[in-house]
Design a protein around this ligand. Structure first.
Ligand code: JQB
Length: 226
């Protein structure tokens, strides 16, 4: 999979080399290239923003540098992903969809976001998704892209040694994960639940399913609605 990222803060993505993503890059599962939007500007000040039509606080990212940069990056089979607090919610199922795409282009906005015509224009020729990573406000798309990339790349076939560990985890089954324990058996007066020491794998599976269900009821009842 090829991933291109466009940002006015390309150094945000220096961590990609250190993270799990770096391992994927080294094993040639994914190739990530980061681009500085200011390289697509034409004026001496390398300006990327302007005042909003209609008035209001803050600045809006101008369409011209985005058009120049994205015209150079987008291929026929590319998906354009634009982080936005007004986007559809990112989810495990969207990560699964992303992991099947041949080429992802992430466009990181700043200020009050990108001129809407950029998304509207590329929607006529490409799959364009405006995506939010949660109901809170960030200052830009960079942190959202790091989260979406990590969720996506770890799903690529051959990413981890053990593919079984991917199917059993949180959200894939629509429930929260059960609690995990390791040695020592007693820590600060707290014991590991007896059933996990029993060696009875049916009993362990049933207990874990109950714990997942109860945790979901307590913390995320919305996940149980369907
Ligand atoms: C600028 C972003 C997020 C991208 C995701 C999430 O766009 C704005 N509108 C109002 C206030 C602040 C901004 C700042 N901003 C580009 C940009 C915020 C993404 C973002 C996001 N994905 N919260 N905020 N879940």
């Amino acid at each position: 999979m090829k991933i291109d990222i466009v940002s006015i803060f390309p150094s945000y993505f220096d961590v990609v080399e250190l993270s799990l993503l770096g391992k994927a890059a080294k094993s040639k599962l994914v190739e990530v290239t980061v681009h500085d939007l200011r390289d697509a500007t034409t004026d001496v000040h390398k300006s990327v923003d302007d005042t909003p039509y209609g008035g209001g606080a803050g600045m809006v990212m101008s369409p011209e540098p985005w058009g120049t940069m994205l015209d150079g990056l987008l291929q026929e089979d590319s998906w354009l992903i634009v982080p936005s607090p007004a986007g559809q919610l990112f989810s495990q199922s969207l990560a699964v969809e992303f992991s099947a795409a041949p080429h992802l282009v992430f466009a990181c906005g700043r200020y009050e976001g990108i001129d809407q015509r950029v998304m509207d224009h590329y929607r006529t020729t490409h799959r364009v998704l405006e995506v939010s990573v949660g109901d809170y406000v960030l200052n830009g798309g960079e942190v959202a892209v790091l989260a979406m990339m990590e969720a996506t790349v770890r799903l690529l076939p051959g990413f981890m040694g053990n593919p079984e560990s991917l199917v059993e985890e949180s959200h894939e089954k629509g429930l929260l994960e059960y609690p995990s324990y390791t040695k020592p058996r007693t820590w600060r007066g707290l014991d590991v639940p007896e059933v996990l020491l029993s060696g009875n794998h049916d009993a362990i599976r049933v207990w874990r399913e109950e714990q997942s269900l109860e945790r979901t009821r307590q913390v995320r009842p919305d996940l149980l609605e369907d």
